[in-house]
Design a protein around this ligand. Structure first.
Ligand code: DOR
Length: 431
């Protein structure tokens, strides 16, 4: 056994906030001991640094198979490691869509070589078209627990009801299936490239009203009530959606929600630059929406920070605002943006990035839990004081479409350990 001790760090996890040492067995990839005055073969001085369970991202686009010019599972996992993430859920809007066991196995095989755990989600419907259910039973058997047509919301209420009823009846080995929804009623959002409001009117760009999101959140809360099956709301961006999720939870319904750093830090005013880097679905909203999303994270209504990391090639993002694809990078900037924006004790902020998303992703066996002997050594070592300047070109992603280009941020993962492997060392990925 060869061991490494993370020495004198501020360990923040579900067991509290204290100074402790964490010993890792780098051969087995497991934590050996957490405590005071511990020694090991090697030592990493963590004084002044925060030692946390590695982060879990419920929402990343790794683009493989099919869009490898923008990202691959390997390059996306490097970005994850740099962001402090040790587990990610890969979205199924690949080419072909992740709607078959063959594609799930392809993603899993590439994931085994990645710098973090890659858990594939699969599509609710074949080709994400909302017409025919994907082979959910087989996909669950292959290990999938999150189903979503992300990029598209499921438009037909009856179809969504059937999907929930079917999913709710599947055998799951104690890890029940979650249906995650991209909430967008396309009949209302069609033709829109940004939030509908004062700014879209000023800029002469087509708008997507907040109601396009609100109506689907309202519908799926009703369907969750009808079926008793867990619905997870992806990237909530409107004040209305947050309020409805809050009320649904108060009523005891099995709903959860995530929010992205861009929706709690940026507004539709950014689109005044006509720079397509600010084009995203759902769109950046008003300041009131942004404040509501923040409040939702701060009061526990929203369960998790998820990045919706969506790499797009420079060439595609150099098209006009109308024509460019929606999406922005998120993995490398999420922690610093959350630290800057959210008024939360550190332990609560980290819960939004660790145990709470791990529970929704059904990844608690390997991710998110308090650091303890016998657990996989999936760990982020965070430097809260590190000041750095965001540069898309310097990121590990192939694409460079960060909306925070040139921004000075504070706080960054300095080290990341994935299954005991030192995948990020002093801000640099090791492979
Ligand atoms: O902005 C977005 N980009 N929203 C989505 O729902 C899909 C994503 C993508 O795949 O690029």
């Amino acid at each position: 056994m060869s061991t490494l001790v993370l020495k004198d760090g501020r360990v923040v996890d579900g067991n509290g906030d204290r100074i402790a040492d964490v010993v890792i067995d780098t051969d087995s990839g497991l934590i050996v001991e957490v405590g005071k005055g511990l020694g090991a073969d090697e030592e990493l001085d963590c004084e002044g640094l925060v030692v946390s369970p590695g982060f879990v991202d419920l929402h990343v686009h790794l683009r493989e198979p099919g869009m490898e010019a923008a990202e691959t599972i390997l390059t996306g996992s490097r970005a994850a490691a740099r962001g402090g993430f040790t587990g990610v859920v890969a979205m199924p809007n690949t080419t072909p869509s992740t709607d078959s066991v063959a594609v799930v196995e392809q993603v899993m095989a590439a994931g085994r070589k990645a710098l973090c755990e890659v858990s594939p989600s699969a599509a609710i419907s074949v080709g994400r078209k909302g017409e025919q259910l994907s082979p959910m039973g087989e996909l669950v058997h292959a290990g999938v627990r999150i189903f979503t047509d992300d990029g598209n919301g499921v438009q037909d209420a009856k179809f969504m009801r059937s999907a929930l009823e079917y999913a709710g009846g599947l055998p799951d080995d104690g890890r029940p299936v979650v249906l995650a929804q991209h909430c967008e009623v396309e009949a209302l959002s069609k033709g829109g490239v940004m939030n509908e409001g004062e700014w879209s009117a000023k800029l002469g760009l087509g708008g997507q009203p907040a109601e396009a999101e609100d109506l689907m959140v309202m519908r799926d809360i009703a369907l969750s009530r009808l079926t008793g099956v867990h619905v997870h709301f992806q990237h909530v961006s409107t004040a209305g959606a947050v309020a409805m999720v809050r009320a649904a939870k108060a009523g005891g319904l099995p709903v959860t929600a995530e929010a992205t750093p861009h929706h709690f830090s940026l507004t539709d005013a950014a689109c005044a630059s006509f720079d397509p880097v600010f084009k995203v679905h759902p769109p950046l909203r008003t300041d009131a929406d942004r404040a509501a999303v923040k409040a939702g994270l701060e009061d526990g209504t929203i369960d998790a920070i998820a990045t919706d990391h969506a790499p797009h090639t420079d060439e595609s993002k150099e098209r006009s605002f109308d024509e460019a694809p929606p999406g922005m990078l998120g993995l490398e900037t999420a922690f610093a943006v959350a630290l800057e924006e959210l008024d939360l004790p550190l332990a609560d902020l980290l819960a939004l990035l660790t145990n709470r998303p791990a529970a929704i992703a059904r990844m608690t066996d390997t991710q998110g839990a308090a650091l303890a002997a016998g657990r996989p050594a999936n760990i982020a070592v965070l430097d809260l004081e590190h000041q750095w300047e965001v540069s898309g070109a310097a990121m590990s992603s192939i694409a460079s479409n960060t909306p925070f280009e040139g921004r000075s941020l504070r706080g960054r993962a300095r080290h990341t350990f994935y299954k005991g492997e030192h995948v990020l060392a002093n801000f640099e990925v090791t492979r």
